[in-house]
Design a protein around this ligand. Structure first.
Ligand code: GLU
Length: 503
């Protein structure tokens, strides 16, 4: 099937039972892209009929994820629209009415089987090595028996009567034609004893009422689709197009879970990923534009997206690729935008990953702007701004004694390097990168050390780290006085190490 040209009406219909994970958000993203491409509508609907699992934080995270990713919707809760309400618990009456109508038309029936009886039935089936399934006993209950149970306060459900023979088929936009034998299906609940619908009934009715043209959802729903088709048949309505998107696996080919790292879009936001990189990356989970292009703007994705390029095999979530992509997006940013993105991370409290609390907030924008060219190319995550730049902002650094000697350097040699470096640091002028480099190279020659050997303890002394931006740019940005102090400090640290005595 090719991408529909006529405007689609698509919906993202999360259940607020947990923080939306990447797979869930991918559905929202595909829907949004398709709606933009076809000039259609993107609808959000909250599927909260399982009241025992309702989680207000999850609902908050759903809207926060949509907002962060820029997935604006045309209709939905908080926004309204011609088919409001867009929250299922507020649409209960429709589901009850329809379930009763299906009982009346003979497509469904009341069932008073208790949970204990269902449990016993499953146990018997398990013991007999049969698949667990409801045995249709409610089909034979008379209205009087049901009434009796109701009076006794027993739970009453409504089940759809599944024909004993035949099959149902549908053409999935991703997988092609799929057929199910009805003898494999049992009569399933459409209205629960708390008068709330099951997902099967509720989404069919809402998709219909809201004019949804394409149901885009995870392929774990494929096995339930025959039930949804039967509800359509019983109501005499046409089903929408089904687009089942593939599962997302970790790199080890197991289902994506916490073990693989962050599983929600918001966690990636908090870890310092850029929204455009995350958007781009999620789009490629199960879809590709048909060539090797990976880095694409939103506009390009909207232009190139098509349902027929959604893959039917599982997508692999490779966080290293996301990091790479984030680095590409960071490198492509201008310095002002990068600064805007970095500041909130750097200005957080130290305990939350920000610069040391001793550094005054707001941090010096002009100074930060001068530093950015030194680190821009190397950043992969926004959170790395703090760790690569803290030595520029902090009053001092605390190098570890064992990090000070460079390769093949013993302690006396390290002391000698630091002493000469300090002496030069006090007098060198101007304190500019090029001049510093020339002077320090000359110093290395004078004291008969390789430049790399001399520079290594200086780098650790000045920045506290073995890997840092170019040394002389760094020294110049940190300034002569602080460099002098840091070299003195490093000499004290190295001096506190006992030199082993030769036997
Ligand atoms: N409420 C269902 C879920 O969150 C929606 C599935 C669908 O998109 O129809 O899994």
């Amino acid at each position: 099937m090719t991408s529909p040209i006529s405007p689609v009406r698509v919906r993202y219909a999360p259940s607020p039972t947990g923080i939306p994970h990447i797979g869930n958000i991918r559905t929202a993203l595909f829907c949004w892209v398709l709606a933009q491409q076809t000039n259609g509508q993107f609808i959000v609907r909250i599927e909260d009929t399982d009241r025992s699992r309702y989680d207000a934080d999850a609902e908050k995270a759903i809207f926060e994820s949509l907002e962060w990713l820029g997935l604006t919707f045309d209709e939905g809760p908080r926004k309204g629209g011609p088919h409001a309400p867009y929250v299922q618990s507020e649409r209960q009456q429709t589901y009850v009415d329809t379930a009763l109508q299906l009982v009346k038309s003979g497509h469904a029936y009341f069932d008073d089987t208790t949970p204990e009886q269902l449990h016993a039935l499953r146990e018997r089936q398990r013991a007999a090595k049969q698949p667990p399934r409801y045995d249709g006993r409610g089909r034979h209950r008379s209205p009087e028996e049901i009434e009796e149970s109701r009076k006794e306060g027993l739970p009453i459900t409504i089940r759809l009567r599944v024909p004993d023979h035949g099959s149902v088929s549908f053409v999935d936009a991703v997988r092609g034609k799929i057929t199910f034998e009805l003898k494999e299906l049992d009569d399933f609940v459409i209205l629960k004893s708390d008068q709330m619908p099951t997902y099967h009934l509720a989404h069919v009715l809402d998709d219909r009422a809201m004019g949804v043209t394409h149901v885009i959802r995870g392929d774990e729903w494929i096995s339930s689709t025959p039930r949804h088709l039967l509800i359509h048949q019983a109501l005499g309505i046409e089903p929408p197009a089904y687009v089942h998107v593939p599962l997302i696996l970790g790199k080890d080919k197991t289902k994506l879970s916490k073990r693989h790292g962050a599983t929600s879009a918001l966690e990636y936001r908090d870890q310092g990923f850029l929204v455009d990189a995350v958007f781009n990356f999620i789009c490629l989970l199960g879809w590709s534009p048909g060539d090797d292009t990976e880095v694409m703007t939103r506009e390009e994705i909207i232009r190139r997206f098509s349902i027929d390029r959604i893959n039917d095999s599982p997508a692999i979530f490779d966080v290293e690729k996301l990091e790479w992509m984030n680095g590409v997006y960071i490198r492509n940013m201008d310095e002002d935008s990068l600064m805007t993105e970095l500041l909130p991370f750097m200005e957080r409290e130290e305990a939350e990953g920000g610069l040391p609390d001793s550094v005054a907030r707001p941090i010096d924008r002009i100074y930060l702007k001068r530093l950015l060219p030194l680190v821009h190319e190397r950043l992969k995550l926004l959170t790395e701004g703090t760790e690569t730049l803290d030595c520029f902002f902090a009053d001092n650094v605390k190098p570890e004694a064992e990090d000070l000697p460079g390769r093949n350097m013993d302690i006396p040699m390290t002391e000698q390097a630091l002493e000469s470096a300090l002496k030069l640091c006090k007098s060198v002028s101007p304190f500019e990168p090029e001049h510093l480099e020339a002077e320090y190279r000359a110093l290395a020659e004078n004291i008969e050390m390789k430049p790399g050997q001399l520079f290594s303890p200086i780098r650790v002394a000045i920045t506290g780290k073995a890997f840092a931006p170019p040394l002389f740019d760094t020294m110049s940005a940190i300034g002569q006085d602080r460099c002098v102090e840091r070299l003195q400090n490093a000499l004290m640290i190295i001096g506190s190490i006992e030199t082993p005595r030769p036997d």
